[in-house]
Design a protein around this ligand. Sequence first.
Ligand code: MV4
Length: 447
Amino acid sequence: MFQKILIANRGEIALRVLRACKELGIKTVVVHSTADADAMHVRLADESVCIGPPPSRDSYLNIHQIVAACEITGADAVHPGYGFLSENAKFADILAAHNITFIGPSGDHIRVMGDKIEAKRTAKRLGIPVVPGSDGAVTEEKEAKRIAAEIGYPVIIKASAGGGGRGMKVARTEDDLEIALATARSEAGAAFGDDAVYIEKYLEKPRHIELQVFGDGAGRGVHFGERDCSLQRRHQKVWEEANSPALNADQRARIGDTCAKAIAELGYSGAGTIEFLYENGEFYFIEMNTRLQVEHPVTEAITGIDLVHEQIRVASGGGLSVKQDEIKFNGHAIECRINAEDPRTFTPSPGTITHFHTPGGLGIRVDSGVYSGYKIPPYYDSLIGKLIVHGRNRVECMMRLRRALDEFVVDGIKTTLPLFRDLVGNHDIADGEYDIHWLEKYLAAAD
Ligand code: MV4
């Protein structure tokens, strides 16, 4: 087991990882920018190293500073959290070259999944159902038209170096295709320095359902069920739940089995998320994320398993603590992302939190790095906390969520809490009847 882990992140996830390290008796080092000197995780860590000024590229993305901090403090592993360097293959490779363990998959697995064409090809080879479309990159208009005619309109053109919704163009007819292809390619070239694009059938009203998977790096793979993350705005998830209201136990077991087998065959190590679009009872792979995700606590709530403990165990060579048949799904969980933003326009609202009071009681978890008197710096994303509620079933979970939202107090800044107080009383949400476009339509109608 590791003696000392360096946490290369900030905010609620830095604290989340720090808590797991403490429970496992592992010493902690945090690196932080000058803007985060007063952060909770900096206070709670055994050691801290200031690695640079506020802009991320000069601090949280500065690989050499982070490696230097490992060497100075004698950290034997790095947990990257999410965002920042968590899916940077070069970072994983550099740490390996310094005999420091990257708590995550190999650089090669990160690289494959970072290239969306390669990821899709890999998924298909492993028996995961994918969205119908081109087999690889498309450059010629003639070829694009042939593929689109074959799969049928509408189609979507995506950047291979994109992901998370960046660099996509929809073509509804053959007349749209020429412009869509040209603009997708030039935008991808400008944004990512790679103009490779691919074509897929455009699904009109899917849900976003993702499978939490884990590999032990020694050929075993398991799944921890799915999360429904359809409630998004501009590709930012707002509300996530486990299980998906759209699936039954049989569908869950089937897609889970497919994903677990794929992860085993891939020889994958650590936590991963396989993202699907789900429409008319069918799953369509779109991407795989090779990191722990913001919404992992809903999976922890329904399985009772600490996923950061599992990441650390696997990275240290100790393997997973559970076999597939020991992973039981219990009740329902919902996560609300509390952002320092206007609840309608989502304009960031940094500043001083004058009063911070969190809800409690059975089935309530709040993951946050802030406190009363804390000043939110303006340099980073606006997530200040997550409210995770668990109940024996979805109805109990929703009742408990409504109560927890009533107790939550964040004064001094704007937050997304009022949005959640609206959503929890909405009929479509109560019925679990929503797709990936529901939230944007709801917000547009409220204008
Ligand atoms: C799609 C799609 C429809 N059809 N692909 C957006 C994020 C990126 N991960 C993939 N995305 C989409 N891919 C096909 N073939 C619709 C989206 C999409 C979306 C997906 C998940 C959650 C929210 C979304 C919002 C708009 C579009």
